[in-house]
Design a protein around this ligand. Structure first.
Ligand SMILES: C[S@@+](CC[C@H](N)C(=O)[O-])C[C@H]1O[C@@H](n2cnc3c(N)ncnc32)[C@H](O)[C@@H]1O
Length: 325
């Protein structure tokens, strides 16, 4: 798959030796890591990082994170591989699907997709802002028989063109991305209209927050108080489905996008005394008049068999016509 300049999104990048270049002169270095040539668009380890990003920087990050996952899945009495597999099974992945995993971490999802869904010949793509994580993922995926591409980049500026993926997936880190809304918007931009964005992260189900179980979970990990990012979904998100997994401590948010959204006719006129349409009621409001004048106008409208909206429009038009006569 072609990479696109994350600054000039309409520009595909061309590869020259171990670098990608954009027509505007941007050069993105690549690093050879076993079989993988890994473009490094935005490397957290190489710049001043935000408070959130500090969590993700450090040479031993991959070790710390796999210790955490081990604890997590033992706590939820679930096999990590079985859990990840079950999530992908519910997506009904098509043969040859292009799948992007954002914030891929140690590559656990990519490994499950590669090892357990091999007969689907998926085309797998992983990105993460941490060089440590991507390098570690590359080592683990070296023997994969699937098409796998990895890059170091920021999920809020994905280096892909529009609508390149059938599924865009994220597990476990988006609550702490420095620009969560931008990352969701990017994940939506690069998914195909018939495709799916699936996001899972910490967030205790609301009905558990005031139970002893809920309080114990929240006390253990403040991240579990996070709310699913419903307000950060883009305008064109449709078929939005929210559920909870892992003993209801993680939200699972999935949606598709409809480029035609909202496909509504704003000009259908209401039957009834008020009259008007969604558009005229919103954009056609005048200043307030005294209540007795409003009541007078309504009585006049009723006596002429008109809606309020039709009566006012007629009144204004006839006044303007009189002036210009
Ligand atoms: C908690 S880990 C989750 C790893 C992985 N998704 C998994 O399932 O185990 C979060 C990951 O998100 C990455 N990350 C944080 N901010 C990011 C951003 N803005 N863009 C891409 N990756 C980011 C971190 O480097 C880290 O590897």
């Amino acid at each position: 798959m072609k990479y696109f300049c994350p600054i000039h999104l309409d520009r595909p990048l061309s590869q020259e030796a171990l670098a990608l270049t954009c027509a505007e002169g941007h050069e993105i270095p690549m690093e050879q890591c076993g079989r993988f040539s890994i473009p490094r668009f935005d490397v957290a380890e190489e710049r001043e990082v935000s408070v959130n990003e500090r969590l993700y920087v450090g040479d031993s990050l991959n070790v710390k994170y796999s210790n955490f996952l081990d604890w997590l899945f033992r706590t939820f009495r679930t096999s990590e591989v079985e859990f990840r597999k079950s999530i992908f099974e519910r997506m009904s992945l098509a043969h040859g699907a292009e799948v992007l995993v954002t914030g891929c971490g140690n590559g656990d999802d990519l490994l499950v997709l590669s090892d357990l869904f091999g007969d689907l010949d998926l085309r797998l793509h992983g990105q993460d802002i941490s060089n440590t994580m991507v390098t570690h993922s590359a080592g683990r995926l070296e023997d994969s028989r699937q098409v796998v591409e990895l890059n170091v980049s920021n999920a809020s500026h994905l280096p892909y063109g529009e609508e390149q993926f059938d599924v865009v997936f994220h597990f476990g880190g988006i609550n702490y991305f420095s620009e969560r809304a931008a990352a969701i918007s990017e994940m939506t931009r690069v998914v195909r209209p018939a495709g799916k964005v699936v996001i899972i992260d910490e967030g205790l189900a609301p009905w558990l927050r005031d139970t002893e179980y809920g309080r114990m979970m929240l006390n253990n990990n403040s991240l579990w108080s996070a709310q699913p990012p419903l307000r950060e979904l883009p305008l064109n998100a449709v078929d939005v489905c929210l559920s909870w997994v892992l003993a209801n401590c993680f939200y699972l948010l999935e949606f598709s996008k409809d480029p035609e959204f909202p496909n509504v006719d704003l000009d259908v006129v209401h039957v009834g005394q008020r009259g008007g349409s969604i558009r005229t009621r919103y954009h056609g409001q005048l200043e307030g008049v005294a209540p007795h004048l409003r009541d007078m106008a309504r009585r006049q409208a009723v006596s002429r068999g008109m809606s309020d909206s039709e009566y006012l429009a007629a009144l204004i038009e006839s006044d303007v016509a009189r002036d210009s006569a």
